[in-house]
Design a protein around this ligand. Structure first.
Ligand SMILES: CC[C@@H](C(=O)O)C(=O)SCCNC(=O)CCNC(=O)[C@H](O)C(C)(C)COP(=O)(O)OP(=O)(O)OC[C@H]1O[C@@H](n2cnc3c(N)ncnc32)[C@H](O)[C@@H]1OP(=O)(O)O
Ligand SMILES: [Co+2]
Length: 133
């Protein structure tokens, strides 16, 4: 694991949340992206060495919509950058963590991603992320 690549925040209203984080952080998002496979709109704000990812679900079945419905807006996941996502997935499997996919998936911002179930990680949804080179 290299660093905290981003913190994912689930929001109800994408444009309102983007305006609020612009006011809070004093910077515009450097990227917004719709990720169809996760049914989310995303935006990324740079904060020093890390990033804030705002996420809005675009369908009721989206993980983000379900989270907001059940628990309200707030911190949804922590993403750790890794050098080799296949190696880290295998290592975490061996350590007994529950991975939410067999293979990495294409995430936002030109990354491969994989999630660890919060039930196996002290109630925190963990994302592994590796830049596609
Ligand atoms: C845009 C791509 C990518 C990136 O590039 O950065 C992203 O960040 S995508 C982010 C959205 N995608 C995901 O979160 C995918 C992984 N998540 C999942 O597969 C599911 O959300 C889940 C974690 C398996 C939960 O799904 P499910 O079991 O269907 O939902 P429930 O609502 O029934 O929840 C069960 C249980 O888990 C608790 N929960 C759910 N989400 C979280 C969370 N983010 N953090 C902590 N706990 C969470 C939920 O509260 C339920 O608990 P109990 O009520 O105690 O059973
Ligand atoms: Co994320």
């Amino acid at each position: 694991m290299k660093n905290v690549e981003h913190i994912g925040i689930a929001v109800r209203n994408f444009s309102e949340a983007n305006a609020l984080y612009f006011k809070l952080l004093g910077v515009e998002p450097y990227k917004t992206e719709y990720v169809a496979s996760e049914a989310v709109n995303t935006s990324f704000f740079r904060v020093g060495e890390t990033k804030i990812e705002l996420l809005e679900g675009t369908t009721p079945e989206s993980a983000i919509s379900k989270f907001v419905e059940k628990r309200g807006e707030g911190i949804h996941h922590i993403a750790f950058e890794v050098e080799d996502i296949y190696r880290e997935m295998e290592r975490l499997r061996q350590e007994g963590f529950i991975l939410l996919s067999e293979q990495p998936k294409k995430g936002a911002d030109n990354k491969l991603v994989c999630f660890v179930h919060p039930k196996s990680a002290t109630g925190v949804l963990v994302e592994l992320t590796q830049e596609i080179r």
